[in-house]
Write a protein that binds this ligand. Structure first.
Ligand code: SF4
Ligand code: SF4
Length: 175
C-alpha cells in the first residue's frame, strides 16, 4: 500500500511540518512551499526506478502536513541520498533533505531502522568508511584493486579515535 493510500483520511500535523521546514531552512535556500509538482525529481530518482520512492509525493505530503504516515513508512529508507532530486529541481527544493529529516524523526521516536543502516554506522565507526574498499571484476573475469586501476588510496581521518568520538557525540546529540 502506498503512503498516499494510508494518508487519505489523515489530519495535518502543523507543528511537525513547521519543525521539518525549520530544519530545511537551515540547510537550503528555497522552501518546499515553492514545489509546483513537476515531478522532475521523481523522474531522475534511482530509488523510484527500483523501489518506488516518489520524492515529489514526499514534498506534497509535507506540504499537507502528513508527517506521521511518512515517518512510519518503509519507503523513506529507500532513499540512497544521491542528491539528484535536489540537483534536478527547477525550484531548488531538496526532497533529499526532507527524507533525511523524516529518517531522523523516525530514529528519534525509537522506530526500527533497517539493519543495513546500523551496519553502515558500525563500519564508519570502526574503519571510517561506510564499507570496506571493494575489488571490481572486469568483463574478462579479472579481479582488480584500486591501486591496480591507478586510483589513489581513499583518504581517512588522520586521527581516527577523535573522529569516532565526534561522530558518536553528534549521533547522540541529533537523537
Ligand atoms: S522537481 Fe522540485 S518542483 Fe518539481 S516536484 Fe520535485 S521538488 Fe517539486
Ligand atoms: S536523494 Fe533520494 S529521493 Fe533524491 S533522487 Fe536520490 S534516491 Fe531519490
Amino acid at each position: 500500500m502506498s503512503i498516499v493510500d494510508l494518508t487519505s483520511m489523515a489530519e495535518a500535523q502543523a507543528e511537525l511540518r513547521k519543525e521539518i521546514n525549520a530544519r530545511l531552512a537551515k540547510l537550503q535556500n528555497e522552501s518546499s512551499e515553492y514545489c509546483f509538482q513537476c515531478a522532475k525529481c521523481t523522474a531522475g530518482c534511482e530509488a523510484h526506478k527500483l523501489l518506488e520512492l516518489e520524492p515529489h509525493k514526499i514534498v506534497a505530503l509535507l506540504k499537507r502536513g502528513l508527517i506521521d504516515e511518512m515517518v512510519n513508512s518503509d519507503v523513506i529508507w529507500t532513499c540512497m541520498s544521491c542528491f539528484k532530486c535536489w540537483e534536478r529541481c527547477p525550484q531548488k527544493v531538496a526532497p533529499v533533505e526532507i527524507l533525511n529529516a523524516l529518517k531522523n524523526m523516525a530514529v528519534a521516536s525509537g522506530k526500527q531502522i533497517p539493519g543495513k543502516y546500523t551496519a553502515m554506522l558500525q563500519s564508519v565507526l570502526s574503519i571510517c568508511l561506510i564499507q570496506d574498499v571493494q575489488e571490481v571484476t572486469t568483463h574478462e573475469g579479472k579481479t582488480m584493486k584500486r591501486d591496480t586501476l591507478g586510483l589513489p588510496p581513499l583518504s581517512k581521518p588522520t586521527d581516527a579515535s577523535k573522529f569516532q568520538m565526534v561522530l558518536t557525540k553528534l549521533a547522540v546529540e541529533k537523537i
